[in-house]
Write a new protein. Structure first.
Length: 184
């Protein structure tokens, strides 16, 4: 278990990285600059992380764990769960916006959509009549399309409410279900 001093140091480093990512790509951020922004010495940084990428991975892991917790406590219907997730993302919009714009799309979507709760949600959305091969394509379509909508939404300054985006995504999923016989 980490003591308070370690948690504080890590929090300061995470906040510094988030701040620097607002204006720079991660590959352009130096450890010196990161430590200077966090007001922590480099020895302390290297005690916990090997690089700025390790620090970013720790931020991702923390946010994905929070997201999974929120998914598990969300509503009963697909719409309720999605709305709950979008409200969670919206509440910490700046961090999520920076994260999705920093991490390569493919890496981010793989991590996001491999969360067990999201996997189960997607699995329940795919009609049973499709082969496992077809199901793989349908899941990819849901994941990449949903991610693109959510990314666009997070990046907009004046954005729709979580309810509006949830309704849009769910309606697109159901539109596909209504056309089941015509998908393949």
């Amino acid at each position: 278990m980490e003591n308070q001093r370690i948690r504080l140091s890590k929090t300061m480093l995470k906040n510094a990285l988030i701040e620097l990512l607002k204006t720079k790509n991660i590959e352009k951020i130096t450890i010196y600059e990161l430590c200077s922004t966090a007001q922590i010495n480099r020895t302390t940084f290297y005690k916990y992380y090997g690089s700025q990428y390790d620090l970013l991975a720790d931020i991702e892991r923390e946010l994905f764990n929070e997201l999974e917790t929120h998914l598990l406590t969300g509503g009963e219907t697909e719409y309720d769960k999605l709305k709950y997730v979008l409200e969670f993302l919206d509440a910490d919009r700046e961090k999520w916006k920076i994260l999705i714009n920093t991490v390569a799309d493919q890496d981010f979507t793989e991590k996001l959509f491999s969360l067990p709760t999201i996997q189960a949600l997607i699995r329940s959305s795919v009609p049973e009549q499709y082969t496992s091969r077809q199901e793989e394509y349908i899941r990819l379509f849901y994941c990449q399309g949903g991610y693109a909508i959510i990314r666009k939404w997070l990046n907009k300054e004046a954005h729709e409410t979580p309810e509006e985006i949830s309704r849009l995504i769910i309606s697109l999923v159901f539109m596909g279900r209504q056309q089941e016989g015509h998908l393949f």
